[in-house]
Structures are given as structure tokens and as C-alpha cells.
Write a protein that binds this ligand. Structure first.
Ligand SMILES: Nc1ncnc2c1ncn2[C@@H]1O[C@H](COP(=O)(O)OP(=O)(O)OP(=O)(O)O)[C@@H](O)[C@H]1O
Length: 815
């Protein structure tokens, strides 16, 4: 039996190959190269490797077999049956390349075996002839134990020997021999499969050569056919001639033939008679012989039949066993194949899934690409449309350009005309411009002259003031706040469009006894005149414009004293110490002018001091905050030098506007600290900013010493009105004392007899001794409130201001 390992796994692909093999090739497997491959894939076919030559050589062997000494027909018949079964087996296996087909082949084999392969007839010469026997291979018939291997190794033909055919009726031995041959063939099959492949290739080459030869032969055939046609026509001619001759001869010999026939018929009848007689005799003899032989043959057939039956049953059993084994093997193989198939299917499924995924991905990409293509096409269409529109517009543009060219030409003509007109007009305009320029120059000259005259007027006015020696007084009325808007005093500015020096205050109603009896009410108008009156509309800039020349005097070496007088809340601090107040503006101007004077050789050194007089005590506003209030300062007079100093008072060098801003900030901070200690202290103290200027001229060697005192006085309310108590009372007394002293000093200065001027009555007057006493240019701001309720205080302030304004202090001197 063939080893199970001899059945290699049939791959899937060869199955497909098999299914494509034409049926003709399957049946004629040994001669087909494809069947060779098929055999290579199915090693269970022991005859599958028989080469073409071997198979072809089967015919002579068959003839040899037929020519062999006759065996008992029954024996040969059995061998033939087995051989034909094998042959069928081989053919079936060759034709079936998968398990299913193999199983079908096996079942077919079985049925074939049981029907004793085709027709078995007994001929007179005891020869068994069958269809299977004629188609089977002689080598199978001749296989026997011991000789098979040599035969296979020496040749692929199974040798057929007469001895084998005449071998004794050892069916088992013969079967064993056949099985061994079968095994050897199987082994050989594996060995020769490669050779077969090579041979198949060679056969293929041979086939191609044969095809070539066939084509050549076809060509030759065609030539031959042509010759044949020619020969045929020649032959037709000859035939015609021969027929005529034949007919002649026929006619000639017909009579002779008829005669001969008649004679032969007579002779035949004689012979027939004789033959019938002899035949009767022979028939009788033969009948006897045949009957004897029939009896003998019947016995032999019966014996053969019995032996055949037993052998058949043995074979049947073996066949079934083989079939069972094969079935099991094939089933196992089928299972493994199925598993393999399953694995392949799984793999295929996963590959299909991957492929599906890939396909879907590609689909997505395709969709995206299509969408992209669609959008691109859309864009292209849009672009084309735009291009079309643009072309249309271009055409329209070209047309309009053409028409514009025409228009342009006509316009050029018009332009030329207009240019001529314009040129004429230009010359007229130039004339007019010249006239205008002349007029403007004249106006500028007139304005300049006017300004100069105004300046001159002011200078002269100042000179007159200086000659008169008066302290100048500026009156400033602050605007009412939102709260005060319903209680505003009736204030008039009678010369607001001219000198701006008069102010009228309409007092409260007065009802006299007579007036009451008469039923009349009188109001008093308080009229005052000062150097300048500023209405609520005036800004600090407007105010500073009027005092800038006075500030300039400090650079020229004069002592300048500017102070603000007025009741609490009348606008003193706003005028003097606010961000754009007189201190800031005066210092700015001094720095600007000093910088301008550098060209003329002047260098200025500036120093600042800031003090506060509160309750007749002097405080340094430029010390550190924690030092404030700790240092007590006093005033010292240097009669020789003619100046007042405060020893220990901080004096800061001011080199820039920033330094001045720092000084003001520090002073404001200290005043805030002081305010927490004494409520509303800032209103109830005098603050004095002292700017000392020392100028030297390198070119001329001149020196100038000037002082600018900017003073924000405490509120000037009268004691009777203040209703103050305790500390507040003390403050008020101190304030009134210093302000009274100021009044007294100014009054004393204004008198003709100046023997005693009470400067030392207060710290304020003592400090301002040289600023008030004739060696100074002094300016007093009288700040007044616009509130009706404050009219009495306002009138009081204005009266004091009038006194000051009328005071003659003599001309100031340069130092
Ligand atoms: N010309 C002005 N224009 C606008 N507001 C002003 C003007 N003058 C004063 N004020 C405002 O009036 C209020 C009182 O002014 P300010 O503090 O200067 O008065 P004061 O006389 O210095 O008072 P005190 O004696 O208490 O220091 C402030 O709010 C100030 O801003």
C-alpha cells in the first residue's frame, strides 16, 4: 500500500489548474504536459509518470501479448480484469485531482471491478478479448514479484514476459508482486516527478518543434495537394480512356464470361453437392467433439468462476480496506485542507477587510479628489467666467477708451482754450496777490507797531507805577461752584472791554427808617479800581501774562514779591500753587529766560526755599516728612546786606524744572502731614516760596541778585465772623495779627513819615521786610469769592486791597 506521506497536500491553486484541463488531456494524461504537472501534484497515481514513449510502446507489447502462447482463457481473463481495474484506477486518478473526484473515481473503480471490466467473450481460440484489455497497459499485466524493480530501474515500461503470463495460478503471489510493483512505482513516481517536469518542458519544446514541422508539412501537403489535383485530372483523362477501352473489352469478354459462368455454375453445383455430403459428415463429427469440449469447458469455467469469485472477494475486501484507508486519509487530508482553507479564508477575509478598508479609504480619497476636482473645475469655470467678463469689460473699456480718446482730444482743445483763460487770470491773480501781500505786510507792520505801542504803553505804565512806588494790586474773582450757582453776588466789570481795572459789587439791600416809611429799599454799589481786574473767565495763563514782566525783573536783580490775599476759599491757592499756577509758571519763565541769556554770557544759579508760618511759627516745608514740625526756625536780619534770612531753613539747588516740581511736591506732602495734625491748617497758615537768583556775566563781570517771593496767605476772615474757639481762636488771632501787621506795615510805608515801620509785629511782615519796604517790586492778588453771602468779607478784602493799591513804597532798586 502506498504510504500516506506519498500523498502530498494538494494546494488550492493546482485544483484550479486541474479544472481548466480539457477532458481530452485528462484521459490522455501520459502524453499531456499538463497531466504531467497534475501527476506531480498527485503522487498517488503510480502510472501517472509513464512517459509518452512508454505508453506508445504499449501497443507492440499488446501485440506481443496477443501473440503469446495461449493461457487458459479464464486465467487471462482474471489478469485482464485486474489490469483493467488498475488501468481504470490510473485513468481515474489521472483525471481526478481532488479528493472529491478521487472518491468518485474509487467508487467507479469498484463498480468497474465488480462488472469484470467490459465484455469478456470466449472466442474459439480461448482468447479473452475485452475493451479494457485492449486499452490497458501491458506492463501491468506482466508485473510480478521480483522482476518489477529491475524492470522499473532499467526501463519505465513494465516488462511483459511470456513466463509471467504462463505463471502458475498463484493469484496471491501475483497480487503481492503487483502491490510491490505498485509501491515501487509510487516511489519511482516521486523520484521521477522532477524528471517528468523536465521532460514535460522538453515535450513542450518538442511540441513546438512538431508544430513547426506540422506547419512545414502542411505547406508540403498543400504542394502535394496541388500535385494531386494535377495528377487527378491526368488520372481522370486516363480513366476516361481506360473506361472506353474497358467497355470495349467488357463487351468482348462478356460473352466469354457468360459462357464461363455457365460452365462454372454447373461445376459449382457439382461441388456443392459434394460439399454438402462432406459437410454433413463433418458436422456430425464436430458436433460430437464440441459437445465433449463444451462439457470440459463448462467444468473449467465453473472452477475458474469459483476461484475468480474467491479472488474477487479477497480483492474486494482489500479494495474496500484500501478504499477505507484512502477515504480516511483523504478525509484527514480534507480536514487539514478544510482547516487550511479556513485559515486561508480567514486570511482572505482579513485581507479582504484590509482591502475593503483600503478601497473605502481610496474611495474617500477619490471622493475628496473628486470634490477637489469639482471645486477646481468650479473655480476654473468661475475663473473662465471672470475671464470672459474681464474680456467683455476689456472690450467695453477699449471702446470707451476710444470714445474717451475722442473726448480727450476735444477736452485738450478746451484745455488749451482754458489754459489761455487761466494764464490771463493767473496774471490777474498774481497782480492781486501782490496787492494782497502788500496789504498783508502793511497790516503786519501795523500790528507789530500796535503791539510795540501796547508794550510801550504797559512799560510806561509800569514805569509810572514804579515812579509812583505803589504796590500793584490785581483783583481776581473766582468762578462760582455748582453749589454756589444760586447764591452768586451781583458783580460788574464796567471797563472789561478796555482797561479791565474796575469792579463793582452790588451790596445787600438796605432798608432805612426813612426808606421804609417811604416804602423804598436801597442797595449799595461798591466800586473799586485796581491795576487789573480778572473776571471768573480769566485763566491762570491770562493772569500770568500780566505778571510775566514782574517775574522777569527778578532775573534783572530786583526783589519781587507776589502774594495772594483773601478770605478762605477765594482762590488764593488755585492762583498761586496749583499745577499751572503762578509759582510753576514763574519758575518756567525764569528757566527759559535764563537759558536764553546764556548767549549773552549770563549764568544763573537758582535756589529754592519753602516755609510755612502757622500760629506765628516758621516751619520748613522742604525737610523730610518725619522731621517736619520738629525744627523751630527764626528770622534774622542782616542790616548791612539789607536782607532777611531764616537760618536753618532748607535751601535746594534748582537746576531744572524737574527740581522745582520736586520742591513743590515735597512742600505739598509736608503740608498734607501738617493738615492731619491741625484741621484745615493750609487755610490758616501762610506759605512762602522763596526763589533766590544769582546771575553772573562772564563777559561783562556783572552780577545780579534777585529774589522772587510767592506767598499764599492764610484766609482773611474777620474774627467776629469766624466764631472760632480754642485752637481755632488762637489760629484766627495769629492770622489776624499777621494780616493786621501787614496792613499796618503797608499803611506805614504809605505815610510820609516813615520813621517807624512795624515790620517785627509779625513773622510775615518781618520776613517780607525787604520785599515790602521800598526795595522791591510788589504785587498783591486780592482774591474774592463770587458768593453773595461772602459780600461783606469780599468788600473788606477789596477795601484793604485799595489801601495797598494806594500805598506809595518808592521805586525798587536793582541789586
Ligand atoms: N479761577 C478759578 N477758576 C476755577 N476754580 C477756582 C478758581 N479759583 C478758585 N477755584 C476753586 O475754588 C476752590 C477754592 O479755591 P482755593 O483753595 O484756591 O481757595 P483759597 O483761597 O486758597 O482757600 P484757603 O484759604 O482755604 O486755602 C477750589 O476748589 C478751587 O479749585
Amino acid at each position: 500500500m502506498a504510504d500516506s506521506s506519498a500523498f502530498p497536500t494538494v494546494p488550492c491553486t493546482p485544483m484550479a489548474t486541474v479544472s481548466r484541463i480539457p477532458q481530452r488531456q485528462v484521459n490522455a494524461a501520459p502524453t499531456s504536459p499538463l497531466s504531467g504537472k497534475l501527476r506531480g501534484g498527485n503522487s498517488t497515481n503510480p502510472l501517472g509518470d509513464l512517459p509518452l514513449g512508454t505508453m506508445n510502446r504499449g501497443a507492440p507489447k499488446m501485440q506481443q501479448y496477443q501473440a503469446m502462447p495461449k493461457k487458459p482463457a479464464a486465467t487471462r481473463g482474471v489478469s485482464t480484469t485486474i489490469a483493467s481495474t488498475r488501468a481504470l484506477d490510473v485513468n481515474d486518478k489521472r483525471g481526478v485531482s481532488n479528493n472529491t473526484k478521487l472518491a468518485a473515481g474509487l467508487s467507479r473503480k469498484s463498480s468497474t471491478s465488480s462488472s469484470v471490466s467490459g465484455t469478456t467473450t470466449f472466442n474459439g481460440g480461448h482468447t479473452i478479448r475485452s475493451k479494457s484489455a485492449t486499452s490497458m497497459r501491458p506492463r501491468q499485466l506482466g508485473s510480478r514479484p521480483g522482476s518489477a524493480q529491475d524492470d522499473v530501474s532499467s526501463s519505465r515500461i513494465m516488462p511483459v514476459s511470456v513466463d509471467a503470463i504462463n505463471a502458475p495460478w498463484d493469484v496471491k503471489g501475483r497480487l503481492d508482486g503487483m502491490e510491490r510493483s505498485y509501491d515501487m512505482l509510487l516511489t519511482r513516481l516521486n523520484e521521477t516527478s522532477e524528471e517528468l517536469n523536465a521532460k514535460v518542458a522538453a515535450l513542450e519544446t518538442e511540441r513546438r518543434g512538431s508544430e513547426l514541422q506540422l506547419r512545414q508539412m502542411e505547406m508540403a501537403n498543400m504542394e502535394l495537394q496541388q500535385e494531386l489535383r494535377k495528377a487527378k485530372s491526368d488520372m481522370d483523362d486516363d480513366q476516361r480512356r481506360a473506361r472506353i477501352e474497358m467497355e470495349d473489352l467488357e463487351r468482348k469478354y462478356r460473352n466469354e464470361l457468360d459462357e464461363q459462368r455457365r460452365l462454372a455454375r454447373i461445376k459449382e453445383e457439382d461441388l456443392h453437392h459434394e460439399q454438402r455430403m462432406k459437410s454433413e459428415e463433418l458436422k456430425t463429427t464436430s458436433q460430437k467433439t464440441l459437445e465433449e469440449r463444451d462439457v470440459m469447458h463448462s467444468k473449467a469455467v465453473e472452477a475458474l468462476q469459483a476461484s475468480f469469485e474467491s479472488e474477487k472477494s479477497v480483492l474486494q475486501t482489500q479494495l474496500e480496506t484500501q478504499e477505507q484507508q484512502l477515504r480516511e486519509k483523504y478525509e484527514a487530508e480534507a480536514v487539514s485542507l478544510r482547516e487550511e482553507l479556513q485559515i486561508l479564508a480567514t486570511r482572505l477575509e482579513s485581507e479582504r477587510a484590509t482591502a475593503t478598508f483600503e478601497v473605502s479609504k481610496r474611495d474617500e480619497e477619490l471622493k475628496t479628489t473628486r470634490a477637489l476636482v469639482a471645486s477646481t473645475e468650479e473655480q476654473l469655470q468661475r475663473q473662465q467666467q471672470i475671464t470672459g467678463d474681464l474680456e467683455t469689460r476689456l472690450r467695453q473699456q477699449a471702446e470707451s477708451t476710444l470714445s474717451m480718446e475722442t473726448t480727450k482730444a476735444s477736452l485738450f482743445a478746451k484745455i488749451n482754450e482754458l489754459e489761455n483763460v487761466v494764464m490771463n487770470k493767473d496774471s490777474r491773480i498774481r497782480d492781486m496777490e501782490k496787492q494782497l501781500a502788500d496789504a498783508t505786510d502793511a497790516a503786519a507792520l501795523a500790528k507789530e507797531k500796535l503791539i510795540k505801542e501796547e508794550t510801550l504803553r504797559r512799560v510806561l505804565h509800569n514805569q509810572v507805577q514804579e515812579l509812583r512806588g505803589n504796590i500793584r494790586v490785581f483783583c481776581r474773582v473766582r468762578p462760582p461752584s455748582a453749589k454756589e450757582s444760586l447764591d452768586v453776588a451781583d458783580i460788574h466789570y464796567p471797563d472789561k472791554d478796555r482797561e479791565c481795572s474796575a469792579i463793582e459789587l452790588i451790596g445787600p439791600s438796605n432798608e432805612s427808617a426813612l426808606g421804609t416809611a417811604m416804602g423804598t429799599v436801597s442797595t449799595k454799589t461798591h466800586s473799586f479800581g485796581f491795576d487789573r481786574v480778572f473776571s471768573p473767565a480769566a485763566t491762570n495763563a491770562d493772569v500770568f501774562d500780566e505778571i510775566s514782566q514782574l517775574v522777569q525783573s527778578a532775573l534783572d536783580g530786583y526783589n519781587v514779591c507776589i502774594f495772594c490775599y483773601g478770605q478762605t476759599g477765594s482762590g488764593k491757592t488755585f492762583t498761586m500753587s496749583s499745577d499751572d499756577g503762578m509759582i510753576r509758571r514763574a519758575v518756567d519763565q525764569i528757566f527759559s529766560t535764563a537759558e536764553g541769556l546764556q548767549d549773552r554770557g549770563w549764568t544763573y544759579k537758582l535756589e529754592g526755599q519753602f516755609l510755612e508760618i502757622y500760629n506765628e511759627t516758621i516751619y520748613d516745608l522742604l525737610v523730610e516728612s518725619d522731621e517736619f514740625d520738629k525744627k523751630k526756625l527764626d528770622i534774622r536780619q542782616d542790616i548791612k546786606e539789607g536782607k532777611i534770612s531764616v537760618p536753618g531753613l532748607s535751601s535746594l539747588r534748582l537746576q531744572s524744572r524737574t527740581d522745582v516740581a520736586d520742591v513743590l511736591r515735597r512742600a505739598a506732602k509736608n503740608r498734607t502731614v501738617a493738615a492731619t495734625k491741625a484741621n484745615e491748617r493750609s487755610s490758616r497758615s501762610h506759605s512762602v516760596f522763596i526763589l533766590s537768583l544769582h546771575g553772573t556775566n562772564e563777559s561783562t563781570g556783572e552780577e545780579r541778585h534777585g529774589t522772587l517771593n510767592l506767598i499764599d496767605l492764610a484766609g482773611s476772615e474777620r474774627l467776629a465772623h469766624s466764631q472760632s474757639k480754642d485752637e481755632r481762636l488762637r489760629e484766627t488771632v495769629a492770622i489776624n495779627k499777621s494780616l493786621s501787621a501787614l496792613r499796618e506795615v503797608i499803611t506805614a510805608i504809605g505815610t510820609k513819615d516813615r520813621t517807624h515801620i512795624p515790620y517785627r509785629n509779625s513773622k510775615l511782615t518781618y520776613l517780607l521786610q525787604y520785599s515790602l519796604g521800598g526795595n522791591s517790586k510788589t504785587l498783591m492778588f486780592v482774591n474774592i469769592s463770587p458768593v453773595k453771602q461772602h459780600i461783606p468779607e469780599t468788600v473788606n478784602s477789596l477795601r484793604f486791597a485799595t489801601v495797598v493799591n494806594n500805598t506809595h513804597i518808592g521805586p525798587a532798586k536793582k541789586k
